[in-house]
Design a protein around this ligand. Sequence first.
Ligand SMILES: Nc1ncnc2c1ncn2[C@@H]1O[C@H](COP(=O)(O)OP(=O)(O)OP(=O)(O)O)[C@@H](O)[C@H]1O
Ligand SMILES: [Mg+2]
Length: 279
Amino acid sequence: MALEMTTDTDREMNVSLRPPAAVSAEGETLKMRGRDVKVFYADKQALHGVDLDIRKNQVTALIGPSGCGKSTFLRCLNRMNDTIDICRVEGDILLDNDDIYDPRIDVVELRARVGMVFQKPNPFPKSIFENVAYGARIHGLAQNKAELEEIVARALQRAGLFEEVKDRLDEPGTGLSGGQQQRLCIARAIAVSPEVILMDEPCSALDPIATAKVEELIDELRQNYTIVIVTHSMQQAARVSQRTAFFHLGKLVEEGLTNDIFTNPKDQRTQDYITGRFG
Ligand SMILES: Nc1ncnc2c1ncn2[C@@H]1O[C@H](COP(=O)(O)OP(=O)(O)OP(=O)(O)O)[C@@H](O)[C@H]1O
Ligand SMILES: [Mg+2]
């Protein structure tokens, strides 16, 4: 059979052949799905078969006592655990319909799709501009200087930092206040147009005013991104998230609407944790 040119109709058919996005029982799109996720650090098991869905354009909070595996699970979502030698991950994690642990997955590209903001603000020892431009440069997102400037300005605006830094973009990022540095790190994550943003206790090093700013920002960002946030603050989980997942001793105990988890948890362990009986 002779080879034929691919037509637009073929392309449309190809698009329609893509499996439809998975949805929850309520019809909400599932952006990420973890299935039977087990994590080992050498021979010590840190996660024992976690099933957790992350819904698109929502904020999911991961809560639970210290050492229960929140950061470990979060790091599975963009394969950050790959950077820990003794760490081994089992189970499936899907981003849309892609298995992110498939050996054909480009991890650098994955981390652009699933960005991360850490507990301690960690700007690079570069200018404010270069901090935000960094990822865009690596991923070749700008054709020229003007486009790069546009990307940086837009990311800083989205991160609610533009007005505060627009006159000193050449100054070092490390010279900003802690809260500004964290918003700079958020701008850096946003600049590569991620689909999901992972945040591991992003406010724990911030004062209440800077915390409030970052929380407001998280709420705005959810219109465009899917967010997973680890927090030790029950108040913060209640303020910023739509859904909450409670972990205990490496297991997911329960997950649901944040309001339900905090007012009417199903499991005694959740009840004990949210009422401050442990953790
Ligand atoms: N790099 C590592 N090497 C060895 N063990 C680790 C490593 N990181 C985490 N663990 C272990 O895995 C378990 C889960 O740790 P993890 O950091 O995910 O907990 P967490 O819920 O984020 O705790 P915290 O609230 O204190 O941040 C703990 O027993 C911890 O000691
Ligand atoms: Mg942690």
